[in-house]
Design a protein around this ligand. Structure first.
Ligand code: 9G3
Length: 569
């Protein structure tokens, strides 16, 4: 392909709204353009990368016995009413009416569609197992779409669904997908880790997230420095140390703490340790207002709190609500004499003696507060965030922290959808049973963005060969020099004839402009054809990843390029 004929609109400047490297670089290098908030167009170079990632995914799904289909984006509300989820999701579910005023949504996922399909097709155990998938657009109306392809409102997902006779079959399907995902991300050139994750609202027992390690990742992973334990921090639990049986419970007392309302200020003012303070956080769910208690030196884990309260929505109460509920300004709320709201406490709080808490009064705290004696705990649940440095839940190692980008997630669903949607089959013993399901997603655009997060430098993108938009760019230094340009064309043609994906930068631009664009776009290799080509039959081959340049004879170019691109290191 001739660069002068391609649509590759590179930008000198970084668009202001782009915060992370992949967002900046995919815009600047002419791979994507924003059509609306969280909605992107893939330009030709972006599409070439997308197609390669999709094909790697297809090959690995098909290798495991997956069969590709294509399900509709438009989903009838009836299915979501039947599954009970139409009223579960709020504004994130993009709903609309057709011309007959019937309710639809743009599919954020396809459990309902595919389970309803399979209930009509699967009658007997002989038809199981099935691994069915598709690659298509999903819609989730994120409140704050950001980071370009990383968190969009329309995004491309591969979602596969497994259908088995029983849990044993599901375990096999799950293992197959675990292996397939490992192959996909390896072939895409990513450094990734599967981590145990929270199965959250969709229930089911086991789930793993495939995390691409990157500082810009929104997810926090805790992993052990000694064993192979790794989990999304949302899911990590370690048992509470246990109460001190000998502690003598002292008399509760109110003390004046003018202006001290953060844990640090109260600890300083009363000369106590943060772990002797009870942190009281007021939350509002779709059903109630609750007080969540964690030890002063811990953070609340909102995913665990959400799961414990089994609610549909959860958010920190605003100042007005806190003042209404506690009768005090924010920062002085405490569990003692808290009227009419449930108190949920982390086990560590239930084990504390002579603790410090807000007094539900401005500029005042209680000391020597003893749970059970001075306030009632309605629900003791693990609701705290485990932090780096704590002991590994599996061995005596220490937990370390890393940031990750979630590019894939695999779930065991069991009969969560097949029961409610009546997708049954007749088993060998003549009994009718619900099909046992699993679901497995990969964010295709997110995988592309994650690859850039892990493969770039100050000059631009450095594409892993398997997903690069092209393999080689041939750069003639002086397009006016007939002989030189001819030499460049011959090299370009030779590579294309041998299946190398090459472009020739035939633009009437200064060499510097062509080099800058080549670095920004991130072609794995660059072949520079200058004076030396016509005088000494020598060209330069530059490796974008290593920065190395080799001078080689024109007739050795193809061989050198093939070795540099495809030889396994
Ligand atoms: C919704 C909306 C957002 C959602 C969902 C439903 C996430 C929803 C979970 C999943 C589970 C798996 C198959 C591929 C892998 C992930 N966000 N989830 O169900 F209506 Cl608005 O999507 N689905």
């Amino acid at each position: 392909m001739r660069v002068s004929e391609l649509l590759i609109p590179t930008l000198r400047e970084t668009p202001a709204e782009a915060e992370i490297a992949s967002h900046k670089l995919l815009l600047r290098a002419g791979f994507i353009r924003k059509t609306a908030a969280g909605i992107y167009t893939y330009l030709p170079l972006g599409m070439r990368v997308l197609r390669k990632i999709m094909n790697i995914i297809r090959e690995e799904m098909d290798r495991q016995g997956g069969q590709e289909m294509l399900m509709p984006v438009m989903q009838p509300a009836e299915l979501w009413l039947e599954s009970g989820r139409w009223h579960v999701y709020g504004p994130e579910l993009m709903r609309f009416k057709d011309r007959h005023n019937r309710d639809f949504c743009l599919g954020p996922t396809h459990e309902e569609v595919i389970t309803a399909l399979m209930r009509g097709e699967i009658k007997s155990y002989k038809q199981l197992p099935q691994l069915l998938y598709h690659i298509g657009n999903k819609y989730r109306d994120e409140r704050r779409p950001r980071f370009g392809l990383m968190r969009g409102r329309e995004f491309i997902m591969k979602d596969l669904y497994s259908f088995d006779r029983d849990e044993e079959g599901l375990d096999k399907s799950y293992q197959k997908m675990y292996e397939a995902y490992t192959n996909v991300f390896k072939r895409c050139g990513l450094t990734f880790r599967p981590v145990e994750a929270d199965s959250g609202a969709i229930g089911g027992s086991t789930t793993h997230e495939f995390m691409v390690l990157a500082e810009s990742g929104e997810a926090t992973i805790l992993y052990c420095d000694s064993c192979d334990y790794a989990a999304n921090v949302e899911k990590v639990s370690v048992p509470a140390a246990g109460a001190d049986p000998n502690a003598e419970k002292l008399e509760i007392k109110e003390v004046s703490t003018p202006g001290a309302h953060t844990v640090e200020q109260v600890a300083e003012f009363l000369d106590v340790e943060p772990h002797q303070i009870i942190k009281t956080l007021i939350y509002k769910t779709d059903q109630e207002t609750v007080a969540a208690l964690v030890r002063g030196d811990r953070e609340i884990n909102e995913v665990k709190l959400y799961n414990a309260l089994n609610c549909l929505s959860l958010e920190l109460a605003d100042a007005k609500t806190v003042e209404q509920v506690s009768g005090a300004p924010v920062g002085y709320a405490g569990p003692v004499n808290l009227k009419g709201i449930r108190i949920i406490a982390d086990p560590e709080v239930a084990q504390m003696t002579n603790a410090v808490t807000g007094a539900n009064k401005g500029d005042a705290h209680f000391i020597n507060v003893n749970p059970g004696r001075d306030f009632k705990i309605d629900m003791v649940e693990d609701i705290r965030l485990v932090a780096a440095g704590e002991k590994c839940p599996k061995c005596d190692g220490r937990l370390l922290e890393a940031k990750g980008i979630e590019v894939g997630q695999i779930f065991k669903l069991g009969d969560k959808y097949s029961k409610v949607l009546k997708a049954h089959f007749l088993d060998e013993d003549g009994r009718e049973k619900p099909i046992i399901m699993g679901c497995y997603g990969i964010g295709v655009g997110r995988t592309m963005a994650a690859a850039v997060e892990q493969n770039h430098d100050e000059n631009g993108i450095i594409w892993p060969v398997n997903i690069a938009p092209y393999h080689v760019v041939v750069i003639p230094i002086n397009v006016k020099d007939e002989e030189q340009f001819k030499a460049a064309e011959n090299i370009y043609n030779k590579m294309v004839e041998n299946g190398i994906e090459a472009v020739i930068d035939d633009r009437k631009e200064r060499p510097g402009v062509k080099f800058k664009d080549a670095d920004l776009i991130g072609y794995p290799l660059r072949v520079v054809v200058g004076k030396k080509a016509t005088e000494e039959n020598v060209v330069e081959v530059y490796n974008r990843r290593t920065g190395e340049t080799v001078n080689i004879n024109t007739e050795d170019v193809l061989n050198t390029v093939q070795k540099l691109l495809f030889a396994r290191a």
